[in-house]
Design a protein around this ligand. Structure first.
Ligand code: SAM
Length: 221
């Protein structure tokens, strides 16, 4: 069982995690996903989770103490846990990194918001800072879901082995070949568009050759 614990100030943002493959993975007991409201770990009447940045500047910064309290409470004893802070300035996440997370029993994901998170979380509480790409999002909720989804599908039993075998990035930066389904022939914007003949041939050797030839290579902007 792989356990994910997500720390957020927007716990209602995660309905994606209870759909389709992830729904089944949780139902089968292969994956457990807990969402925690950081506010619940804030002491004091007002349950404050953020404050103004020292040194001035725009926006608010998430405070350390509620996150520190949450991680302390949630972290499993005698299990392999990894604490991750989602951050635009983190190291860029990829499939290799997703595979490497399989060795942990528990992954704790801290979602930032506003101007970010007090740097002491990155320095003294998180094991690492991860970015899901070279752009800025409004919060760490989408990145946390990206990590949960990409790691969960690699957990044995979540999806069938055959599907994983030829998937994009399954070996290095190789991407998957083009896929087609019915109908064989279709009119798109006045032109007849057909499925490549070889895929209808039943000749597995030729299909494999065609797929290898048409597998894309990773391109970047
Ligand atoms: N002021 C920060 C900066 O310039 O790097 C951006 C803060 S962003 C608006 C708020 C939160 O969204 C961040 O603390 C982080 O948790 C999350 N976030 C934004 N972009 C991200 C990315 N590319 N990868 C991971 N998390 C991201």
């Amino acid at each position: 069982m792989k356990r994910f614990d997500i720390l957020t100030i927007f716990p209602d943002a995660f309905s994606y995690l209870s759909q389709s493959i992830l729904f089944n993975a949780q139902k089968k007991g292969l994956v457990k996903i807990n969402i925690h409201n950081i506010r619940d770990y804030s002491k004091g009447k007002r349950k404050k989770v953020d404050d103004k940045p020292y040194g001035g500047g725009a926006g608010m910064v998430l405070k350390v103490e509620p996150i520190q309290n949450a991680v302390k409470k949630i972290k499993l004893k005698n299990k392999k846990s990894r604490v991750i802070l989602l951050s635009a300035k983190g190291k860029i996440y990829n499939q290799k990194k997703a595979k490497s997370f399989l060795k942990y029993d528990q992954i704790i994901l801290i979602c930032g918001r506003y101007e970010g998170v007090d740097e002491r979380v990155a320095k003294y509480i998180a094991d690492e800072e991860l970015s899901i790409g070279e752009y800025v999002l409004s919060g760490g909720e989408l990145p946390a879901m990206v990590v949960v989804d990409s790691v969960s599908r690699l957990v044995p039993g979540v999806i069938n082995k055959e599907s994983l075998k030829e998937e994009s990035f399954s070996s290095g930066n190789n991407l998957e070949y083009p896929q087609y389904t019915k109908p064989e022939t279709l009119e798109i914007e006045g032109k007849i568009r057909k499925v490549p003949k070889v895929l209808l041939s039943g000749n597995h050797k030729e299909i494999k050759k065609w797929r290898e030839k048409h597998s894309k290579k990773l391109t970047k902007f």
